[in-house]
Design a protein around this ligand. Structure first.
Ligand code: OSB
Ligand code: MG
Length: 371
């Protein structure tokens, strides 16, 4: 596979409804799309970096900078036998996993299309519907939270995750258990607590949660291990798991019993497969995280979720929860049983990208060719 041109776009899409985490409330989503061209085919990737460096240190602008200045020159015009060869080719650049991932994932799509294969098959997965959960942000009131959960339960989603932070945690979970009973329920703190609050977090043990996601700092492993020893509830790591090495370290240290995989956070599909395999070997289940992706990133996530150790429902919900009009048509939708079908429009990620919608959402576009 040779990539002879790369297109990079900065887009903005308004969210159907605001999304609030422990770190910020957003009303729209800015993101970067990358297209790689080779032998008349195109591969697409979507970077998960956000406008602000609050979930991770990367932003849409650092992705733009690193892709155009450093990654494009490393991959353009070079012959790659397989998309897994892109990660080592980019190794000289430290960090910037989200920038590396968008290029690498676009190359997987291109390679699969050149071979006339669906992406799940190229990744080594098994075609099956993917179990979906939903991630429900912090609301203006607990009444509104109960209303949101009612709506998503009716849509069929297989588990509910709510965002928590100090002041929006125990009472919220208590109210959900009182109203909805023994539903599959979990919480995500996005690093809002410290180890000093272990006793407070241990109150959550009463509620039989599936897991508590990333309670402590974004770059921590050892405090999570100390916390896990004080909790009955499983800790799941998201932000902290930035590589297969850190995943192995976290499992060894007993810092978590479950891992959330987001390919953007670990550097693409090849690194995600390594994290997946390490977890499988250690008996640690994984699930696919979400970053409010458009249909392009969402399709990648669904294909990756076909690997066997994705044993828990992922944040791979229907497009319409996020965007009035997705960039792909048909949009990704949930089935009444809470599963999502793999997009199967042709090979690769299997989606039809509506160019006109992409152009309308595009704020900036650059074509990069080999120098
Ligand atoms: O921590 O999983 C997270 C969204 C943005 C940034 C971080 C996270 C999230 C979500 C939303 O929880 C998941 C989704 O529905 O895409
Ligand atoms: Mg999370």
């Amino acid at each position: 596979m040779t990539i002879d041109r790369l297109d990079i776009r900065l887009l903005r899409l308004p969210l159907v409804r605001y999304f609030e985490t422990s770190f910020a409330r957003s009303y729209d989503r800015m993101f970067v799309l990358v297209t790689v061209h080779g032998e008349g085919a195109q591969g697409w990737g979507e970077a998960v970096a956000e406008h602000d460096p609050y979930y991770s240190s990367e932003t849409t602008e650092t992705v733009w900078h690193v892709v155009t200045e450093f990654l494009a020159p490393l991959v353009l015009g070079r012959d790659f036998a397989h998309p897994r060869d892109l990660w080592p080719a980019m190794a000289r650049i430290r960090g910037h996993n989200m920038a590396k991932a968008v290029v690498e994932m676009a190359a997987w799509d291109l390679h699969a299309k050149q071979n006339g294969q669906p992406l799940w098959q190229t990744l080594g997965g098994t075609r099956r519907p993917i179990a979906s959960g939903v991630s429900i942000g912090i609301q203006d009131s607990l009444e509104e939270l109960l209303e949101r959960v009612t709506i998503e339960r009716e849509a069929g989603y297989q588990r509910i995750k709510i965002k928590i932070k100090p002041g929006w945690d125990i009472e919220a979970v208590e109210r959900l258990r009182a109203r909805f009973g023994a539903i599959p329920l979990m919480v995500d703190a996005n690093a809002a607590y410290t180890l000093d609050e272990a006793a407070h977090l241990a109150v959550l043990d009463r509620f039989d949660l599936m897991m508590i996601e990333q309670p402590l700092d974004y770059d921590d492993v050892m405090d999570h291990a100390r916390l896990q020893r004080q909790l009955r509830t499983a800790v799941c790591l998201d932000e902290s798991i930035v590589s297969p090495r850190v995943a192995a370290m976290a499992i060894d240290a007993g810092a978590c019993r479950i891992i959330n995989i987001k390919p953007g956070r670990v550097g693409g599909h090849a690194e995600s497969i390594r994290v997946h395999d390490i977890c499988a070997g250690a008996g640690v289940p994984v699930w696919h995280g979400g970053m409010l992706e458009s249909g392009i990133g969402r399709a990648h996530n669904l294909h990756l979720s076909t690997l066997p150790n994705f044993r828990l429902p992922g944040d791979v919900a229907a497009s319409k929860r996020y965007y009035a009009e997705d960039l792909i048509d048909p949009a990704i939708d949930v089935q009444p049983d809470g599963t999502v079908l793999l997009p199967e429009h042709g090979s690769g990620i299997g989606v039809h990208i509506v160019e006109d919608r992409v152009s309308r959402a595009t704020l900036r576009h650059l074509e990069v060719r080999p120098s």
